[in-house]
Design a protein around this ligand. Sequence first.
Ligand SMILES: Cc1cc2nc3c(=O)[nH]c(=O)nc-3n(C[C@H](O)[C@H](O)[C@H](O)COP(=O)(O)OP(=O)(O)OC[C@H]3O[C@@H](n4cnc5c(N)ncnc54)[C@H](O)[C@@H]3O)c2cc1C
Length: 283
Amino acid sequence: MKLPDFDYHSPTSLDEAITLMATPNARVLAGGQSLLPIMAFRLAAPSALVDLRKIKGLDKIEITQDAIHLGPMVRWRDVERHEGLAAALPLLTQAMEHVAHYQIRNRGTVGGSLAHADPAAEFPGIAVTCDARIHLAGANGKRVVAAGDLFVGPLETCLQDGEIITSIELPRWPQARRWAFEEFSQRRGDFALAGIALFYDLDGERRAQNVHIGVIGATDRPRRLPGAEAALNGQALSDEVIAKACAAACAEVDPPTDIHGSAEYRRSLVGTLLQRALVKASS
Ligand SMILES: Cc1cc2nc3c(=O)[nH]c(=O)nc-3n(C[C@H](O)[C@H](O)[C@H](O)COP(=O)(O)OP(=O)(O)OC[C@H]3O[C@@H](n4cnc5c(N)ncnc54)[C@H](O)[C@@H]3O)c2cc1C
């Protein structure tokens, strides 16, 4: 189906983009990989598209001593190919391998993925697991929200009308951190039926601490699993401890049933994927 009519703008500065976004029912256009299909299906009919491509600097990846800064127009391909990122935040690079197919990875952006807020998308899950801070700018000024507060429900964020994601900040990791990403989808490149991202540190007695576990695909938005984290924090990761954490994870997700899988199937996947991820991270 052809797209509905809209005005197209291609600003060259963020200020200009923010001004244009004051137009009622205007939407940002980033990679277009989610927005344009939605428009073609008539699920969205924005009055205007504000294309961010010509604004310099929005596709920058910067790694400082304390943080990784991703511009909203950083594409999946940029993340995959960036050598510094693979060393600084390997969990991110590993998860990106599961995002769609290479044609889509050439265009899809990190900012677009956050704003689109698909509960099964990998990057929002990584952002929540890694305590990312999302920088926003709009007609009312700038603000920063924690990734855990950005997502309100399926395809829903706390972004106000006209607000633009301008940067994503992820804390740097200590060298010895343990981590893993596991997901299951029907075919490679499909959205995940369920996925687990996790990291933890080991103390001097090899007990897990600072455990972060995020889940995608099995909840209405990407979220942490505090019950499973509590079952692991302060513990040596024996088979028994891992089994308890997996049972806690299954109990704290409330997955949807759809044509791709039942709620029960997804719930059991969460336990299986968490078990695999913990074994992988500890090896
Ligand atoms: C066949 C197919 C398979 C896919 N599989 C996966 C997958 O397995 N995993 C996955 O994670 N994704 C998948 N995707 C989605 C893909 O990753 C998209 O690229 C991504 O979700 C949106 O990024 P985009 O840059 O294309 O955003 P767009 O489509 O341009 O925009 C999406 C939404 O975000 C808003 N937006 C974009 N940028 C900003 C910004 N900076 N500030 C505020 N709002 C903004 C837009 O207005 C729009 O509402 C798939 C897509 C397709 C078509």
